[in-house]
Design a protein around this ligand. Structure first.
Ligand code: BG6
Length: 494
């Protein structure tokens, strides 16, 4: 499959995702030669827009959000002439027939052999409609491939996700569907496989015999911004846990796949999800999960509103902006090892990190100041800093046998000249070349929903367990206690 010749259809082309992520990603791919010259990009949305206006929007987006800046006029024009815009009502099949005519012209112009990538940056309720209209408007009758790329949220719970999937699968085969979880496009998330499976150090120790606990943090400083209407229905559980957090957990916990290809990796990930202990009652949920909501607070001297005072948020909302839980993967490798996970908005830092805490060396009499013998840690820094470090114990220089903790660090994002591709760049490129590895398969998604649904159901019963935390703090106090009860603590996140 050649990624170099395709028409890319961006549904929702006047939206935020297109502006912030998709246009910049396409431009970076272009600059790196990964789009070639035989491509066309068609922006689609309801709003009328001329090609010239659309190209201006693309220019502004790239100027603001892309790691490459628009080049001189001549080369910029050579790129942007591949962009056209068509206003489209997704329920009107006639519009799709017009789109077909337009597409065939573009394919002839750029010698594209009928490869079509449909990127739906739209609300999921519309996925089914668009799929049907694409079919009924004749857009799927081409001799090349057809790939459908869809964005989360894939439904609201298992039942709605299944319905959505059903609608899509009436039109597209599973191997034509690419469900984006942009965390899987992140450099360091993809690196987990290499760190684990290409190093003699880690894999022999990667189990309950040597690992005390695993901590996964996805902290954000932003609040709900202007997404109140969406977020208030979704909350952290559906916005971050069901997808990004679960995906990272499965990458850390999965068995070595038989081959590093899409189906083998996804098979292993599903097994992890199936092994995660389900919480079946409200009692189990309340004792293993903490939900929080930010109250007014401050960060770096700046006063911040509470969640309930945000735009488009109900003033009595019980939506969680913070989630922490102790999860167990009940299989042979991980029996009894707690996976502590947390994510939240309005936390003190923007940082995603995975900490693997190893078990202590046997409690022995060798060292007088035993309290300095801290556990070894492997820390994978995902975002925004990228890198890994290991914490070891070493002798403090001097005459005493004193111990200090030292860190050996590989800071990828500190390397001069490194310009890591953005998640969306990789994912669009992979979707175009037909590589499913870093996309979510339907069965993964289904199991993930089945894990979070009981939590949502328990929360719905009553909201007495909702805890408030000051914006700019590390979440409700109970979150420290959660680990302290097991004799651990959260390792500071940088
Ligand atoms: C998105 C969520 O999927 O991920 C947002 O909807 C969140 O609420 C974002 O802010 C975080 O992504 P990143 O790449 O900035 O960590």
């Amino acid at each position: 499959v050649s990624a170099h010749e395709a028409v890319y259809f961006i549904f929702g082309a006047t939206g935020d995702l297109a502006r912030r992520k998709l246009f910049p990603a396409l431009y970076s791919l272009y600059r790196e030669g990964k789009l070639g010259e035989r491509f066309a990009i068609v922006g689609l949305a309801r709003r009328p827009r001329t090609n010239a206006q659309f190209r201006d929007d693309v220019y502004e987006a790239i100027k603001e959000f892309c790691r490459y800046k628009p080049s001189d006029t001549e080369s910029w024009n050579a790129f942007v002439e591949h962009f056209t815009y068509q206003s489209l009502d997704i329920n009107n099949v006639e519009g799709f027939r017009e789109l077909k005519v337009h597409t065939e012209e573009l394919e002839a112009k750029y010698s594209i052999q009928g490869n079509r990538l449909f990127y739906l940056a739209l609300a999921p309720e519309l996925f089914g409609h668009v799929s049907r209209s694409l079919r009924d408007g004749g857009m799927l009758e081409s001799k090349g491939w057809r790939h459908l790329v869809i964005e989360k949220p894939f439904g609201y719970d298992y039942a709605s996700a299944e319905k959505l999937n059903q609608e899509i699968s009436e039109v597209f085969r599973e191997d034509e569907v690419y469900r984006i979880d942009h965390y899987l496009g992140k450099e360091m998330v993809q690196n987990i496989e290499v760190i684990r499976f290409a190093n003699a150090f880690f894999e022999p120790l990667w189990n309950k015999n040597h690992i005390a606990n695993i901590q996964i943090t996805l902290a954000e400083t932003v609040g709900v911004e202007d997404r109140g209407a969406y977020y208030n229905k979704s909350g952290a559980l559906r916005d971050m846990v069901q997808n990004h957090l679960m995906q990272m957990l499965t990458m850390v916990a999965m068995e070595p796949p038989s081959r590093l290809d899409a189906e083998d990796i996804r098979d292993e990930k599903v097994k992890v999800l199936r092994s995660i202990r389900k919480m079946n009652s409200r009692e189990e949920v309340v004792s293993n999960v903490i939900r929080g909501q930010y109250a007014p607070g401050s960060m770096k001297g700046k006063e911040l509103k509470g969640y309930r005072d945000e735009d488009s948020v109900d003033s009595a909302s019980s939506t969680e902006t913070f989630f922490a839980a102790t999860l167990y993967v009940d299989n042979f490798r991980w029996a009894g090892v707690p996976f502590y996970v947390r994510t939240g908005k309005r936390l003190p830092v923007k940082s995603t990190e995975i900490v693997i805490e190893f078990k202590n060396v046997p409690n022995n009499v060798l060292f007088a100041n035993k309290q300095n013998v801290l556990p070894n840690l492997l820390v994978i820094r995902v975002n925004p800093m990228e890198g890994i470090y290991i914490k070891l114990n070493a002798k403090k220089p001097g005459n005493d046998m004193s111990i200090q903790t030292v860190a050996t660090e590989y800071c990828q994002s500190c390397l001069i000249g490194i310009n890591t591709p953005e998640a969306y760049e990789r994912l669009i490129f992979d979707a175009a070349r037909g590589d499913h590895t870093y996309f979510t398969r339907w069965d993964e998604l289904a199991v993930a929903w089945k894990l979070v649904d009981p939590i949502a159901a328990a929360w719905k019963e009553d909201s007495s367990d909702l805890q408030f935390y000051a914006a700019g703090s590390w979440g409700p106090d109970k979150v420290e206690q959660m680990l302290a009860e097991d004799g651990y603590h959260w390792w500071p996140v940088n």
